[in-house]
Ligand binder design. Structure first.
Ligand code: NAD
Ligand code: ZN
Length: 345
């Protein structure tokens, strides 16, 4: 079968012919129907040797939807043809976090040689993907594969980040969302669907602000030198109760902490390599709280799928064949993808 494999750090992944995997034990084989291309894939491709605990080579692709086709003798509760989305964080399967469906915070996360599908283990940018256990599969009912695949990271990570702030997002509050790409446009919709907060969107691209508007943001503005002043104006000078940063570089962290209200919540989701210096006394807003959410839990993925099936969230997608992965990667790098690019084998 064809697979897009990362063979060397810092080099473009290679389309490669590999053996179609055969499920053993509790493993399940899924015929891939769609795989989302995440900005994290770019961070993985660009990583310096030794920066990530993964062993090369492996097949990329951690946002995967498809159909169950075969399974090993110990697999439970699977049916031929079942349409599923993969829960991508695969933990050790034996710590109490994994037992609770919180593989994203597995206690052995840093000693395993992987963080999940397409992140150290073979992922879904291929015709088939081998899943270690049926517990990593969530049924999608009648959702299309294009809609379902991005839910497993863009949807789940946004949902998990919002869930961590929900206590602070009541009526009369304001939340700024920075970076309205694959994750950010779903975060806007999830905020609208699950909280009462007012949503302010920030991006460097006009078309991303158009998408923010369509996703239900109350206000959108370009990231510029005066953005903090513009956003403060939107909160009558008080500042935002929460900021979700889907970029995470030095510029956005400065903006985020600059518009946060005292006692506000900052969730940094983007892996843009920015740094925050903590000092007391200092310039950070008093009482602010910082979280660094990573992906999401298995029960949360079931909730995100239910939200999508109810019509409360909709993924903006651009569909390309897997053979055009290099083009999709180039477009994502240049900021030319609107919403999520989805690759179809
Ligand atoms: P994306 O490329 O689809 O979207 C990023 C958006 O940010 C784009 O619309 C871009 O125009 C905008 N942007 C870039 N620089 C900006 C700036 N200075 N100010 C405002 N907007 C700016 O990326 P994505 O797939 O949505 O991923 C977003 C980030 O989240 C990436 O860093 C990715 O690695 C990270 N991520 C983290 C997790 C996690 O678990 N924490 C999971 C998935 C992705
Ligand atoms: Zn574990």
């Amino acid at each position: 079968m064809k697979a897009l494999r990362l063979t060397a750090w810092g080099e473009a992944p290679e389309p490669t012919e590999v053996e179609q995997p055969v499920p053993r034990g509790a493993e399940v084989l899924v015929r891939v129907e769609a795989t989302g291309l995440c900005h994290s894939d770019l961070h993985v491709i660009d990583a310096a040797a030794g920066a990530l605990p993964y062993r090369l080579p492996f097949t990329l692709g951690h946002e995967v939807a498809g159909r169950v086709t075969a399974w090993g003798p110990d697999a439970d509760g699977v049916e031929a043809g079942q349409r599923v989305v993969l829960y991508g964080p695969w933990g050790c399967d034996s710590c109490d976090r994994c037992a609770a469906g919180r593989d994203n915070y597995c206690d052995r996360r840093d000693t395993l040689a992987w963080h999940g599908a397409g992140l150290g283990r073979d992922g879904g940018m291929a015709e088939y993907v081998l899943v270690p256990s049926a517990r990593h599969l969530v049924p999608i009912g009648d959702l299309t594969a294009d809609q379902a695949a991005p839910l497993s990271d863009a949807g789940l990570t946004s949902y998990h980040a919002v869930a961590g702030l929900r206590h602070a997002l009541g009526e009369g509050t304001t939340t700024a969302v920075i970076g309205i790409g694959g994750l950010g446009h779903l975060a806007v919709q999830i905020l609208r669907a699950t909280t009462a907060t007012r949503v302010l969107a920030v991006d460097t691209r006009e078309d991303a602000l158009t998408l923010a508007d369509r996703s239900g943001a109350d206000f959108g503005t370009l990231a510029r030198a005066d953005t903090a002043r513009v956003l403060r104006g939107q909160t009558r000078g008080a500042g935002a109760d929460a900021v979700l940063d889907f970029v995470g570089n030095g510029q956005t962290l400065e903006l985020a902490t600059g518009i946060l209200r005292p006692g506000g919540e900052l969730a940094v989701v983007g892996s843009g390599g920015g740094r925050l210096t903590v000092s007391k006394p200092g310039v950070l807003p008093p009482g602010f709280r910082l979280s660094l959410p990573f992906w999401g839990t298995r029960p949360e993925l079931t909730e995100v799928v239910a939200l999508a099936r109810s019509g409360a969230i909709h993924v903006e997608t651009e569909r390309l064949p897997l053979s055009a992965a290099a083009e999709a990667i180039g477009r994502l790098r240049r900021g030319q993808v609107r919403g999520r690019a989805v690759l179809v084998p």
